[in-house]
Design a protein around this ligand. Structure first.
Ligand code: ADE
Length: 373
């Protein structure tokens, strides 16, 4: 391992940077976060890109920045609104941490993003990668980065046929050793672009400007690096959710997931885990109403199946059956059910403003169609 690192002489590194930057100047995508040196905009983009494809991130990035143009605007907004702008990106904790961090930046740094590693790394949600990205991309400081694209690229350049997790420290060292003296931000955009466009999971080596420097290419190992870990074991489960309305009006019962839950801060229909397989056809509305009655302590009647959707969460493949039903009596205040910290009867004009998991938003649309037709 030491040998492969040693093979990268200063001269090789200089040649690598030259070819990479030449390629980048011809093939770079015109992305909105590449037109700015604003550390806040770069930070938002990098948090989004940690979990989302570039093509999806662009629209979210533009909307987010328009509404929350700087840390002060973000810190002043209610978390609920921030989550609504994040809706569909997933990993909502990242949005909550971005918001918490913006409040610290306003409180402790006068609204300006710090340009020192020690001050960045202590902010909520900021790890070594994000700190390095902000420092290099916005401030041109010599801080290395390592994310999915660069990790894959470096493992192949070095020809290391091992899981990335086992050589993280060496990869960070390599990343640091490659840094140019100037234009560090541009260099980082270029390595990420090469990883994202050429050195992909299925690499396009014929398009690669540095393939002659790549040990995996020389050894015919590009397809077996990075070493694949065991594929996740998928688990099928069936859940049910119910849009619950009172007998006489059109409000909906929603609960807000509590802190510590995956969707903390998001609102959702009452939902029950139904069984540990994909149950088709959907359970009868009577069965569902009865189980939900027991769960929330209200008598529920007139259930109708609306639709069924599939979605995935980590290794779970979820089949979700969705119903609409009414309570037998007038709405009253309810104790939060398990996993929530607040429950409310919500007007439909209001649920448009509340953040929800993306699949629940799909259920809202299905409910509107169901009730219109
Ligand atoms: N992935 C993470 N950050 C990126 C960036 N700035 N450009 C392309 N892909 C990325």
């Amino acid at each position: 391992m030491r040998q492969e690192l040693a093979d990268w002489t200063a001269q090789n590194k200089a040649a690598f940077r030259r070819r990479l930057l030449g390629w980048y100047s011809r093939h770079r995508r015109d992305l909105p976060w590449r037109k700015t040196r604003d550390p806040y905009a770069i930070w938002v983009s990098e948090v989004m890109l940690q979990q989302t494809q570039v093509a999806t991130a662009v629209a979210y990035f533009q909307r987010f920045l328009q509404r929350f143009p700087d840390p002060t605007a973000l810190a002043a907004a209610p978390l609920e609104e921030v989550l609504r702008y994040w809706e569909g990106l997933g990993y909502y904790r990242r949005a909550a941490q971005l918001w918490e961090a913006s409040r610290k930046i306003v409180g402790q740094h006068g609204g300006r993003i710090p340009d020192r590693f020690e001050e960045l790394i202590v902010l909520p949600g900021v790890g070594r990668y994000t700190a390095g990205a902000i420092l290099s991309l916005a401030f041109d400081k010599p801080a290395p980065i390592l994310e999915a694209n660069t990790e894959r690229l470096y493992l192949r350049l070095l020809g290391w046929q091992v899981p990335a997790g086992t050589v993280k420290q060496h990869l960070w060292e390599f990343a640091e050793s490659l840094l140019p003296r100037r234009n560090i931000g541009q260099f980082h955009q270029a390595v990420m672009e090469l990883g994202s466009l050429v050195c992909r999971k299925k690499p396009e080596c014929s398009l690669c400007p540095v393939r002659t420097m790549c040990r995996a290419f020389a050894l015919g190992l590009t397809n077996s690096i990075p070493r694949r870990t065991n594929p996740p074991q998928y688990v099928a489960i069936t859940d049910v959710a119910v849009a619950l309305l009172p007998p006489e009006d059109e409000r909906l019962l929603l609960g807000r997931y509590a802190g510590g839950e995956r969707w903390a801060g998001l609102w959702d229909f009452p939902r029950l885990a139904w069984c540990q397989e994909h149950q088709q056809p959907a359970p009868s509305a009577e069965q569902v109403c009865q189980r939900l009655s027991q769960r929330i302590g209200l008598r529920i009647v007139n259930g109708v199946h609306v639709t069924s959707v599939r979605h995935s969460v980590t290794r779970y493949r979820i089949l979700l059956h969705f119903y609409v039903a009414r309570t037998a009596t007038a709405p009253r205040s309810l104790a939060p059910w398990q996993g929530t910290d607040q429950v409310r009867w919500v007007e439909q004009t209001e649920w448009e403003r509340l953040p929800m998991p993306a699949w629940s938003r799909r259920l809202c649309r299905a409910l509107e169609r169901h009730r219109a037709g």
